[in-house]
Design a protein around this ligand. Structure first.
Ligand code: ATP
Ligand SMILES: O=c1ccn([C@@H]2O[C@H](COP(=O)(O)O)[C@@H](O)[C@H]2O)c(=O)[nH]1
Length: 228
């Protein structure tokens, strides 16, 4: 049985509001891959998206404080709500509870296991790496609202250059090593450090480009960035 671990960015599930069309299409794509490959199962680790950022901002505005743990717990709550929605969508394929501690004893009885945020100090990317290690996955598929890594944040510099392949050391030099709640980076620094230690490969790709996602799952050529 091959276990594919997907870090499903909140930026595509709930960018601002819930992206119902995306979730429907994503469901059908995953279901069709499960149908055609009976040796496949998925772990979907769901991020916090717009609600995580909005509630974290609200906390900062209301209190004037910047407590990291407080913001992380707010973000974690958002990931858990989003994950519960995804679990309900995959009702037929996922009967196990949403995983909120990737190190605890886990049942994986169906074809899909859904996970959410665990504890402060990192993002759901880290939880995906921990689950990947547990279930023997050699790579993590990180789906977000960008099609690949760029030399700089493309939202800040539209002229930033595309990077299709990068080493862990160069990636970590680019994004830094420090964790801040709600950090908008293609893969979080704490997760990057752990993935590097484990010798794991991460594929960054657009979650919204479903044809491309299908190519990745079929191990065909795709648009994205490989970090290894
Ligand atoms: N060098 C870079 N290349 C590409 N994107 C970058 C880069 N640096 C920063 N980013 C930003 O990272 C964002 C993706 O991270 P973000 O945390 O928003 O996604 P996510 O993981 O899908 O969502 P969430 O964290 O809510 O689960 C992009 O929209 C982009 O603005
Ligand atoms: O294990 C976790 C997972 C998440 N958080 C906090 O939640 C937000 C949103 O998660 P994303 O994966 O970035 O969507 C994240 O920025 C953290 O603040 C956490 O603390 N621990």
């Amino acid at each position: 049985m091959e276990t594919v671990v997907i870090s499903l960015g909140g930026s595509i599930v709930v960018p601002d509001n819930i992206d119902i069309d995306f979730i429907k299409s994503f469901y059908h794509l995953i279901a069709s891959h499960l149908e055609k490959n009976k040796e496949l199962r998925f772990i979907l680790v769901v991020g916090g998206g717009g609600p995580a950022r909005k509630y974290q901002n609200a906390y900062r505005e209301i209190t004037g404080k910047n407590n990291s743990d407080a913001q992380d717990w707010i973000g974690i709550a958002a990931t858990r709500l989003n994950a519960q929605l995804i679990k309900a969508v995959f009702y037929n394929e996922c009967k196990d509870p949403v995983v909120t501690d990737p190190t605890e004893e886990l049942n994986f009885t169906g074809k899909i296991l859904i996970a959410a945020g665990w504890k402060p100090g990192f993002s759901t990317d880290f939880d995906a790496v921990v689950l990947g290690e547990r279930f023997g996955a050699k790579e993590i598929l990180n789906l977000s609202n960008i099609e690949m890594l760029y030399s700089e944040d493309p939202r800040k510099n539209p002229k930033a250059k595309k990077i299709s392949s990068i080493s862990w050391n160069d990636f970590i030099s680019m994004i830094g090593e420090e964790w801040t709640p709600g950090k908008n980076v293609p893969f979080d620094p704490v997760a990057a450090k752990k993935a590097k230690e484990l010798g794991m490969k991460v594929i960054l790709a657009s979650g919204r480009n479903l044809e491309n996602l299908s190519n990745i799952l079929d191990k065909k050529e795709f648009t994205g960035t490989i970090i290894q």
